[in-house]
Write a new protein. Structure first.
Length: 437
């Protein structure tokens, strides 16, 4: 976790104190359930909750000091709690194993992290929607392979991003449901020393589902899917960030990141306005995706459990969620403040002498009885002249002067094929598909 790329609400989930608080809740709820079953005295659960109500501070340093001797974090925690609570604490952890605490805690943390990320996605979707409707009919050039293709609108670019992040939200909702499971099944997951009712009680108290079969650890395919989902969201962030970066290039300059008063773009060149935020987002996306392969490799544990996954998750769980939270918030700010230049978009549309209308002429010629091969040849030979003139020539004028073309199409018919509005006639249909009626 790098403070520069962290936000406090998400970071708070991963602090040692937050982790120990969740551990206590798991242990206390389990003791409570055991008391109801008559396995431990009800006074044990009461002692835990009474101490908790009056002593909210977790002494992380003291627990760490115990762990330095025990070399076991859960035992260190239980020892410290016992020192605070007294004799009744001996009934904690009855029939449980460390993974019951660790894995259930991780489920709680990832579920809480997901809730923040889902709120982040809602904010981003709202920002994209606003810009999409603002520029719904703002014409701009669509590009394939980085080369001018045919007209689109800037609103359609935003609508495309909206649809993608809506899919991201749906995936994260599914991943949250998949990861939010509770395992209180004891050594090797057989419930030999603890009743399944305890697991059900703890799960209900913590807002989790019961893990159907936990083999001492929660199966790591759940975690693999979760981190893969975060990786996909990161890639969607990068895709939109790269679009902004390309649009901000000097030769394009159809949109750019907001440049605040007093901001400096370069230590050497006072004129520079660089897309630093979206470049940063590309880097952050790489870091989130770096968690995916280790999460996939964590699936294959030995027999009922080993701890090869443990060190990995201590890195990737906080780092991936904290980084993605920051990236989503940063992208939202970029979109909200994005400077959009419709006049420059129109200038770029007009840059290549009408080449963007070539397909309509091609199709018109075929409708007029010209073979597709001949129609393509006729349009291309004129289009290449325009291309090689860097847009100084006009495709429309060249076509009107081409006897082979005018033999099939009248001048009025040719001119009709250069109507920009033709390309935008289904924008409303697409918007309805994306945003609803």
């Amino acid at each position: 976790m790098v403070p520069r790329y962290s936000r406090p609400d998400m970071t708070a989930i991963w602090t040692p104190e937050a982790r120990f608080r969740i551990w206590f809740e798991i242990e206390a709820h389990a003791t409570e359930a055991l008391a109801e079953l008559g396995v431990v005295p009800k006074s044990a659960a009461k002692a835990l909750w009474d101490w908790w109500a009056t002593n909210p501070t977790i002494d992380v340093a003291a627990i760490d000091a115990i762990e330095a001797v025990t070399k076991h974090d859960v035992i260190a925690f239980l020892t410290w709690v016992a020192e605070q609570v007294g004799d009744e604490a001996r009934f904690m952890h009855q029939g449980m194993t460390s993974s019951d605490v660790l894995d259930t805690c991780l489920s709680v943390q990832l579920a809480r992290a997901s809730d923040i990320l889902l709120a982040d996605l809602d904010a981003l979707l709202a920002a994209i929607r606003t810009r999409a409707y603002e520029h719904k009919m703002t014409p701009t050039i669509g590009r394939s392979h980085g080369i001018h293709a045919e007209p689109v609108t800037f609103g359609l670019k935003m609508a495309e991003a909206y649809a993608e992040f809506a899919r991201c939200k749906a995936r994260l909702e599914a991943a949250r449901a998949d990861i939010a499971t509770c395992a209180i099944s004891g050594a090797v997951g057989t419930f030999a020393n603890i009743d399944p009712a305890v697991e059900a009680h703890v799960a209900a108290k913590l807002g989790l589902a019961v893990e159907p079969v936990s083999t001492q650890v929660i199966p790591r395919d759940r975690h693999a899917m979760y981190f893969a989902t975060l990786g996909v969201i990161a890639s969607s962030i990068e895709r939109l960030a790269v679009e902004v970066r390309h649009l901000q290039r000097t030769e394009v300059l159809e949109a750019e990141e907001y440049f605040s008063p007093g901001q400096k773009g370069s230590s050497a060149m006072p004129h520079k306005r660089n897309p630093v935020l979206t470049e940063n987002l590309t880097g952050l996306a790489r870091m989130v995706r770096s968690a995916v392969v280790p999460a996939l490799e964590n699936v294959a544990l030995w027999h009922e459990r080993d701890i090869s996954h443990s060190s990995v998750e201590r890195y990737i769980a906080p780092d991936a969620t904290i980084t993605l939270d920051f990236a989503l918030a940063r992208l939202t700010g970029v979109i909200e403040k994005l400077l959009v230049y419709p006049a420059r978009m129109q200038k770029n549309l007009d840059k290549m002498g009408g080449l963007v209308h070539s397909q309509r002429v091609l199709l018109a010629l075929t409708q007029a009885g010209v073979s597709r091969e001949d129609a393509y040849r006729l349009v291309q030979r004129n289009a290449m002249k325009v291309w090689e003139s860097d847009g100084e020539l006009s495709l429309l004028e060249l076509l009107k002067a081409d006897a082979d073309v005018t033999a099939a199409l009248s001048v009025a018919e040719i001119e009709d094929k250069f109507d920009l509005g033709y390309h935008l006639k289904h924008v409303d249909t697409i918007f309805t598909r994306v945003f609803g009626a």
